[in-house]
Design a protein around this ligand. Sequence first.
Ligand code: HPA
Ligand code: ZN
Length: 321
Amino acid sequence: MNMPVPKAELHLHIEGTLEPELAFALAARGGVTLPYADAAALREAYRFSDLQSFLDLYYGLMAVLRTAEDFTELTDAYLERAAAQGVRHAEIFFDPQAHAARGVPLGTVVEGIGASLERSEERYGISTRLIMCFLRDESAESALATLDAAKPYLDRITGVGLDSAEVGNPPAKFREVYEEAARLGLRRVAHAGEEGPAAYVREALDVLGVERVDHGLRCMDDPELVDRLARERVPLTLCPLSNVRLRVIDTLADHPLRAMMEAGLLVTVNSDDPAYFGGYVGENFDGVRDALGLTGEQLRELARNSFEASFLEDDEARRER
Ligand code: HPA
Ligand code: ZN
């Protein structure tokens, strides 16, 4: 077997790594009843018509994540799989509001994920960063309160992101939250241009001051925006299998990734919610290689991009590669 190429994963929701088997094991341990007969029946339900149909299931299944140990186990399982696929650095999203709504405090989540991340370099050879996402279909006040609740944990949180239902929840809704995050010295990213329009990508840059755009593929509708993203080397974290599963595109062969590379964009390949979308970062790389006929040099460019687009310091990024 070929050694997988060293890469960084920059768009990964830790809750989206919850495999059906682990969901059932955690449910049994925590006394939670799931509305599915078994893991196979749950997997059968992973037929999504759009982002919202996925989010409904994704938030529902989080009911099994209750204790810090649950989050530690979830994170360990991801890191082990990622390491086997050549991941050397991971910037991991989590959704504190989705847990707080179920009575699981932010501290429990951060302590649980953190216990795994603390030993990740030693155990899995993966350096990590943690990025706290705000749910864009919740209010700006709720996001501000979440940022406030995170203050005791900022030594373990590198940045903030924005996820959940995009259309109708434009970036500008979170202007104040991102201003406060910047004052606290946090890095800023946001999902934009997944289902929402190119205008949301512009707004994320201009109003929220994001350094990196998650998905961003709808920028291709706006040639001036593409020029700007290329000129400013703003990274875009693409998730090809996610886009097919959430019906953002029809098939992998329709993915704009190759056109985006040819337009000079700094794009990376990531898995988003790998337990739900049919594969981890390795399957995403293999999928676009086969469907788009990417060359070895293009695959190496994608791997290099992943370190350049990361929040590793330059000297660290060079070492990882
Ligand atoms: N898009 C928006 N929000 C999300 C996603 C996604 O693909 N995954 C988890 N939260
Ligand atoms: Zn995402």
